[in-house]
Design a binder for this molecule. Structure first.
Ligand code: GRF
Length: 212
């Protein structure tokens, strides 16, 4: 059975959703760069091995990434899932885990890379927002996309209400992406594109505001 290591920095709701999903793989460990990440406690209570690699203990990004890689490699995972992991990783680290390293981002990439995605979406008045699971490549928030979910942006939305709606979808699509990866149904090909052998491609248009 394939195994997954999850990297977190905080709340860990995506991590929790993955622990609760019925995935065809083993969650080998949860690793955080912060000892106070709430998600660590959730993982521990579920009996998942945890580790902390505090970024402040390292002089630079390269030495932090080397320590992080050592903590990950102890579990020899097939998939490394960033779930609210708030450190920018070096190109060397990203290349080392090519095709295994994935991230969830709270926008429909390539729109709104970076932080404060919900605030920026509301400011722009877009009508459809969402989230993206993608392979991690050296360009931040620009790797090949595996799956996206779209949600309507309601007239009275606040960053909090919009974030909650997007988060609900994050929890569904992250589990789906990992399911495909662990079953070998989705992979990163030589041309650095997401490839899949899934024949069915169910989906539906989201029109918002809806047509009369
Ligand atoms: C999520 O919105 C995720 O998309 C982003 O950081 C947030 C983490 O939330 N990368 P949680 O820690 O999984 O609750």
């Amino acid at each position: 059975m394939k195994s997954v290591v999850i990297l977190i920095s905080g709340r860990g709701s995506n991590m929790q959703a993955l622990l609760e999903a019925d995935l065809p793989c083993r969650i080998a460990a949860v690793i955080s760069n912060r000892a106070d990440a709430q998600g660590l406690e959730i993982a521990r209570t579920r009996g998942i091995p945890t580790a902390v690699v505090p970024h402040r203990d390292y002089a630079d990004r390269a030495s932090f990434d080397a320590a992080l890689a050592a903590a990950i490699d102890r579990h020899a995972p097939d998939v490394i899932a960033l779930a609210g992991f708030m450190r920018i990783l070096t190109d060397h680290f990203v290349e080392r885990y090519r095709g295994k390293l994935i991230n969830i981002h709270p926008s429909l990439l390539p729109a709104y890379p970076g932080i404060d995605t919900h605030e920026r979406a509301l400011r722009d008045g877009i009508k459809i927002h969402g989230c993206t699971v993608h392979f991690v490549t050296p360009t931040l928030d620009h790797g090949p996309i595996i799956i996206q979910a779209a949600v309507p942006v309601l007239r009275d939305d606040t960053p909090e209400s919009l974030s909650a709606r997007v988060l609900g979808e994050e929890h569904r699509v992250y589990a789906q992406a990992i399911r495909w990866l662990c079953r070998g149904q989705v992979w990163l090909n030589k041309e650095s594109r997401t490839a899949s052998d899934r024949l069915e491609q169910p989906g539906a248009a989201l029109v918002f505001p809806g047509l009369e």
